[in-house]
Ligand binder design. Structure first.
Ligand SMILES: NC(=O)C1=CN([C@@H]2O[C@H](COP(=O)(O)OP(=O)(O)OC[C@H]3O[C@@H](n4cnc5c(N)ncnc54)[C@H](O)[C@@H]3O)[C@@H](O)[C@H]2O)C=CC1
Ligand SMILES: O=C(O)CCC(=O)C(=O)O
Length: 525
């Protein structure tokens, strides 16, 4: 039975779903990194929000871990490259808290427009300072949206409903989408110059870090009010403080900080500054949504291999997973076969899917081919990191789908390009869903790719098979299965034998001395 640890406060629905799906679950929150390291080895899954930091050190101790599920959007608390290297799938719940976070941004915008927190403090202190608080309307004002993804789009929709004009800076926003959202796509400089309010909705990346730097803050309209419900680090906090102190910035509301929890900050106590403790996603509705979603996604993966919303692996529905499983076995074996047989640098791997195979989700098949292929070069490859490793090694990967059937109702062909040209191997699934090789470098040969195998290329001539059998017999090697193919009579022939013991260098040396042998190699599957 798979076992999951919920290490951050999460709606009880998450634990309930894990149990209903037959997954054992422990809820242990508030652990220090060392305490988490000490227990993480027991778990197959780790469900988190933003408090748990899934670092390389934690992942190293997580010897059984298969999946990290983030009940939320941002995964900057997870070392994704380290997780990928270990074959741990990282999932998030990209939509469950979007409305809630967008509403928080709008709430903070209003709070700034009418100085609500300070007005509340003053009134409850018995001051009744009616003349002190003079706000601004948002109607007719320009909202500058930095980042127009899921949350940014909802903010835009709500702002348009409030009769604001919305300008958006997002390099990945198309003109069509901007039109659909009813926003005007602008450059960052234009946004800074025009916006009365600015709200940020991007992840924290190398490109977005300090997107509101001192220099950019200086380009804003005097009196601009700024909201950040995305990530600390998008705004230069020291420059923001200066801007508020000088009066250039009319107000700022931060839900997120460079260092969290933000127990102290030079910004605290600054007039026109409002803060909340990373509450963007904190509504009952959002927390129920993300808890249900993360538990269902993680249980799907642990119980049936379905992959949804993974950041380091292609998606695979729970219905697709059983159908794809035998194909993935075939894909991995074919990848491994070309990896073992092809010589020299390979700059391209092509995966052809024909007939029924062409109707399947190609991404998991590609990952499986690459896992098999790269597994002949490194021990650290897995389904999760295989595409990344291939890219890092400069190997181009192509997927080609042909729906028409050839000789087989379903076929996978893996071709590799080396300095000597393109070479391919093909396989199919037989009735019992067993993976079977059907073509090797242009020669028709049927074989199960299992265990230890001996691969021999020889000149097709009478008596050769007998001599090979005698050599193996004399070496005490028992033949399990025997597969033979040839281009034409008297031409080049290929032999694939499964043998009960690993093929030793000694045996290969003997086979190579047989007349007519061109190549002899041991293979392992
Ligand atoms: N305060 C809170 O509790 C919460 C905060 N968040 C944060 O909000 C962020 C946004 O969430 P979503 O809208 O769901 O993400 P999303 O991925 O749907 O949208 C992000 C947008 O940022 C844009 N973007 C990327 N690089 C950019 C750049 N250099 N300049 C301008 N735009 C850029 C992308 O094109 C995309 O449209 C998340 O990354 C997360 O960190 C999310 C949920 C709750
Ligand atoms: O779980 C939370 O409260 C934080 C949510 C968040 O920041 C996110 O989903 O990116």
């Amino acid at each position: 039975m798979a076992k999951v640890l919920i290490s951050d406060k999460m709606d009880p629905k998450a634990a309930q779903i894990f149990r209903e799906r037959g997954v054992e679950v422990d809820e242990i929150t508030g652990k220090t990194p060392d305490e988490l390291k000490a227990i993480i080895g027991q778990y197959d899954g780790l469900a988190i929000r933003s408090s748990t930091k899934v670092t390389k050190e934690i992942l190293e101790a997580a010897t059984n871990l298969k999946v990290v599920g983030r009940a939320g959007i941002g995964v900057d608390n997870v070392d994704i490259p380290a997780a990928s290297a270990k074959g741990v799938v990282v999932m998030n719940t990209p939509f469950g808290n979007s409305i809630t976070t967008a509403e928080h941004a709008i709430a903070l915008m209003f709070a700034l427009a009418r100085d609500l927190p300070e007005a509340d403090r003053s009134t409850q202190a018995g001051k009744w300072e009616k003349n002190r608080f003079m706000g601004v309307e948002v109607t007719g004002k320009t909202l500058g949206l930095i980042g127009a993804g899921n949350i940014g789009s909802i903010v835009a929709d709500r702002a348009l409903g409030l009769k604001m004009k919305v300008v958006a800076y997002d390099p990945f926003l198309t003109e069509e989408r901007a039109l659909e959202l009813g926003v005007q796509k602008v450059t960052l400089d234009e946004l800074l110059a025009r916006a009365d309010f600015i709200t940020l909705h991007t992840p924290l990346t190398d490109q977005t870090r300090n997107i509101l730097s001192a220099e950019n803050l200086a380009k804003t309209k005097k009196g601009v009010r700024i909201v950040n419900c995305a990530r600390g680090g998008l705004i230069d906090e020291a420059a923001l403080k200066e801007g508020l102190d000088s009066g250039h910035i009319g107000g700022a509301a931060l839900d997120v900080f460079v260092t969290e929890p933000a127990k102290e900050s030079p910004l605290f106590g600054t007039p026109n500054f409002i803060s909340t403790p990373h509450l963007g996603a904190s509504t009952t509705e959002a927390q129920v949504n993300v808890a249900i979603q993360v538990a269902e996604q993680m249980a799907d993966y642990l119980v049936s291999g379905g992959v949804t919303n993974a950041l380091n692996m292609p998606s695979l529905t729970a219905e697709e997973a059983p159908k794809l499983k035998p194909y993935m076995g075939l894909a991995e074996k074919l990848g491994s076969l070309v990896g073992q047989l092809a010589h020299g640098a390979i700059d391209r791997v092509s995966i052809h899917m024909e007939g029924a195979a062409a109707e399947l989700n190609p991404k998991p098949l590609t990952s499986a081919v690459l896992k098999g292929f790269l597994g002949t070069q490194t021990d650290t490859v897995n389904m999760v990191n295989a595409p990344v490793l291939a890219r890092e090694r400069g190997t181009e990967v192509r997927e080609i789908r042909t729906e028409r059937e050839g000789d087989y109702q379903t076929l996978l062909r893996v071709s590799v390009r080396t300095a000597d040209g393109e070479r391919s191997v093909s396989g199919t699934l037989f009735g019992d869903q067993a993976p079977r090789l059907v073509e090797l470098f242009g020669i028709k040969v049927e074989a199960d790719l299992t265990g230890s195998m001996l691969y021999v290329v020889n000149e097709d001539a009478p008596g050769f098979i007998g001599r090979l059998g005698t050599t193996l017999g004399e070496a005490g090697v028992n033949i399990g299965t025997f597969h033979l193919g040839r281009r034409q009579a008297g031409g080049e022939a290929v032999l694939l034998l499964s043998v009960d013991e690993p093929v030793t260098a000694d045996l290969l040396a003997k086979v190579k001395t047989l007349p007519g042998v061109k190549t002899a190699m041991g293979l392992r599957f």
